[in-house]
Design a protein around this ligand. Sequence first.
Ligand code: PMP
Ligand code: GLN
Length: 379
Amino acid sequence: IQTKLPKVGTTIFSVMSQSALEHKAVNLGQGFPDFEPPEALRDAVARAMAEGRNQYAPGIGLPTLREQIALKTERLYGHKVSADSEVTVTSGGTEALFSAIAAVVRAGEEVIVFDPAYDSYEPAIELQGSRAVHIPLQAPTFAVDWQRVRDAITPKTRMILINSPHNPTGAVLSSADLEELAAIVRDTEIVVLSDEVYEHIVYDGAQHESVLRHPELAARSIVVSSFGKTYHCTGWKVGYAVAPKALSAEFRKVHQYLTFCTFHPAQVAFAEFLASSPEHYLELPAFYQAKRDYFRSLIKPSRFKLLDVPGGYFQLVDYSAISNKDDVSFCEWMVKEGGVAAIPLTPFYEQAPGTHLLRLCFAKSDATMEAAAERLCKL
Ligand code: PMP
Ligand code: GLN
């Protein structure tokens, strides 16, 4: 058959997790916590099932959950949204990203993405018959060069896709970055798609600069988040999109025929848990900062060079002192010979810069981090 996605193979996350299993390696590759979601949340899902909340939920999400998301959005970002017309519950951040792109971008149009770019973006763009225009972020800070963005705008530019905190680099956008972005999209038809699935994971007292803090950007943005990241339950696949009414209406047209609705029992549980335990997300920065700092202290004695981690739950390391291999080969070697699975950066680039960087996930128990570090320190 004629493929619609000639460049796409199996995602590096599946490849590395499979390889970790085969070689009995410690898996710091694919990003997922190896600890459990809060007990009250798990109990609430079980209770929702026992109480018969097992049929379709409302397509746009349970009203009680949308209400809690609206309250959280106002509390955190000072942005008032309508739970009825501006919040949509989705089957993970991935579905929200796909629905947003499919709802907005037409064949022949362009979407600006920043490399290294999370790997679900480009296939979603290509399936619309549109094109991803890649702008590289420069190591070691991976800041956006806004002049390059200005230069990349054409009459076909329909969307700019930003991601902060950024996967895989951990970079975060500042309020000055959002000002730059606002100036670029002002008086255009460009929609901003803001992937903020790591919104609660920022460090050293920094505040997450959501586009929802910026009224001018909020008026033209679709913001995506994921309960998988916030509540340590990536396998439940529940996320949401916040967008102004007209954009949400278009978004919902795609969502209702892509999935129609999201796993009902989890929605009941999230609605309860958000209302009863808002401290959970407020404590997340400190929770992950302790993990980040512990992991960094464990691998400091190794030959890996640690890059700064302002946000997210990934540590980038430079392995130049250990090997000259390219990053994919080095990761293949490391999972087999070194007993630790990591993620290379090349798959996230249109044109990989040939840097010797890997991504290690530290959303892990102390025991897992210690086992990995012991092996990494031997390389
Ligand atoms: N965007 C980014 C940057 C991510 O890292 C992820 C999850 N790895 C997603 C979106 C997808 O989120 P979900 O697992 O909720 O589909
Ligand atoms: N978002 C996760 C990561 O960056 C992986 C998600 C997936 O496996 N599709 O590792």
